[in-house]
Design a protein around this ligand. Structure first.
Ligand code: ATP
Ligand code: AH0
Length: 437
């Protein structure tokens, strides 16, 4: 049993809150990994804003869900749009109406954290069903679902990392055992609770014999894995700083939320990097517990709301602002890599939505070659046969199997946890309440 490969589905909705990735893999929780299939589901615009407003509300309450659970979020939704996205009150009220209509009519859920959690779990259950529909596997064939949930707050200093989503409800809806709540034990033990990706990156690198390897995920936040070999002490990992989080926020602000990202770098390509503002981004855009994030040694992790658009960006055009933020993302990734002294002849693999932005990619390539030398090889995950879009979902499919087998999912040199630790909470389907979607 312990070494028998299991079929596992992973589900991830990341900090960009743009949709759900679902992936099916076969794995023994060690180096046997077969990527079988994956699907991505984009959220309707309403869901994106509802989740972002929920995240905003949880931050306003410093992660204290007890004060918030049943509270209507309508006013937080409006404050999010006016404070964070700088929308006019009339536009915000219109978006609020759309969100209320969506939650009442389409989702039949209250506009509270509880209601949003319920709907988010339902959307993940639909993703499982659609993924299974694309395969020949009935639900009985699937051993486990690894359900990340939606991060709304991440504050390891207070031993807190909140991912909403009900493991028990998902197990009942899908009739499959579910593991969720992956980060809790790590933060409770004093770890950073993130990133978890490096362990999976290492397993893929071991399977494909790709050492030494660096993997850079550029999502809302960017995170890095440096893998020198197959044993747990051979891997380092941490969040380097911004991925697309600041760029997305900047574009939303400047386009009055008509656009949610710098699609294909269309603004950045026409702009110039403003070095003075880039330096200022380094000095005061990310403060964690009053400390400059870039001064902290790895392992370290970030909450998306710890990154902010500094006032100096207001002086820049949309094009220059995008170019500068794109350079900031690329530069801080390369600085992060240099900080951990990578070997010569390193291969770098790129994963995550950010690499669809050619400006971030161009800025990264020129900096890697300048700081690490021309011998460094850069490839996308898809170029080496991995599935960039599926990777984060596959991580949680993999970790669910490790969790079931009581294997560690976090290590000191990745999350700063004092000793290797397993994690995750298992929910078995309650057959009497199992539902069909
Ligand atoms: N064609 C594109 N052009 C520019 N940017 C893009 C494009 N496609 C995706 N992105 C960026 O990638 C982001 C989504 O990436 P991804 O799905 O990897 O993030 P995530 O998983 O939500 O975040 P995290 O890894 O921090 O949890 C979008 O928000 C957008 O900024
Ligand atoms: C708290 C949280 O959700 N962190 C995410 C986020 O998105 C990217 C980066 O920040 C990473 O640390 C992590 O996700 C990946 C999947 C991880 O745990 O490795």
């Amino acid at each position: 049993m312990k070494n028998t490969p299991a079929l596992s589905i992973g589900l991830m909705s990341g900090t960009s809150m743009d949709g759900i990735d679902a992936a099916l893999i076969e794995t023994d929780g060690n180096f046997h990994i077969k990527e079988l299939t994956h699907l991505s589901f984009s959220y309707p615009r309403e869901v994106h804003f509802i989740l972002k407003a929920a995240e905003y509300a949880v931050h306003k309450h410093s992660g204290n869900l007890k004060n918030l659970d049943q509270l209507p979020l309508n006013s937080y939704f409006l404050s999010y749009l006016t404070d964070r996205l700088a929308l006019e009150i009339e536009e915000s009220q219109l978006l609020l109406k759309e969100a209320e209509y969506y939650l009442n009519a389409t989702a039949n859920c209250a506009f509270t954290i509880q209601g949003i959690e319920l709907h988010s779990t339902q959307l993940h259950a639909q993703a499982v069903q659609k993924l299974l529909d694309c395969t020949n596997y009935p639900h009985e064939a699937i051993d486990v679902v690894g359900y990340h949930g939606q991060t709304l707050f991440h504050h390891p200093a207070n031993h807190t990392s909140i991912q909403i989503g009900s493991g028990q409800l998902l197990a009942n809806l899908t009739n499959i055992s579910v593991v969720n709540d992956f980060r809790r034990q790590d933060v409770e033990a004093g770890g950073q609770g993130a990133p978890f990706a490096p362990l999976f990156h290492q397993a893929l690198a071991a399977r494909d014999n790709l050492f030494p390897l660096a993997v850079i995920n550029c999502g809302g936040i960017a995170n890095l894995s440096l893998i020198m070999g197959p044993s747990p002490s051979d891997v380092l990992g941490f969040d380097t700083g911004p991925g697309n989080g600041l760029i997305d926020l900047f574009v939303k602000q400047r386009t009055r939320s008509q656009e949610l990202m710098d699609m294909d770098g269309r603004y950045g390509v026409k702009g110039n990097v403003q070095q003075i503002v880039l330096d200022q981004l380094y000095s005061h855009s990310i403060l964690v517990e009053g400390m400059n994030y870039f001064d902290l040694p790895p392992p370290k992790s970030l909450d998306i709301n710890e990154m902010r658009l500094i006032p100096e960006l207001d002086t820049l055009s949309l094009q220059d602002g995008c170019a500068t933020l794109e350079a900031f993302t690329a530069d801080s990734i390369v600085q992060g890599l240099c900080q951990i002294d990578p070997p010569k002849f390193l291969q770098i693999v790129l994963a995550g939505g950010g690499w669809n932005n050619p400006i971030i990619l161009k800025e990264l390539k020129s900096r890697v070659h300048k700081h690490l030398g021309l011998e460094t090889v850069i490839k996308t995950a898809d170029q080496i046969g991995w599935k960039s879009q599926a990777l984060e979902a596959q991580i949680f499919a993999y970790l669910a199997v490790r969790s079931q087998r009581k294997l560690p999912i976090s290590y000191p040199n990745i999350t700063r946890v004092p000793k290797p630790l397993t994690g995750g909470t298992l929910s078995l389907p309650n057959k009497t309440s199992a539902m069909h979607l």
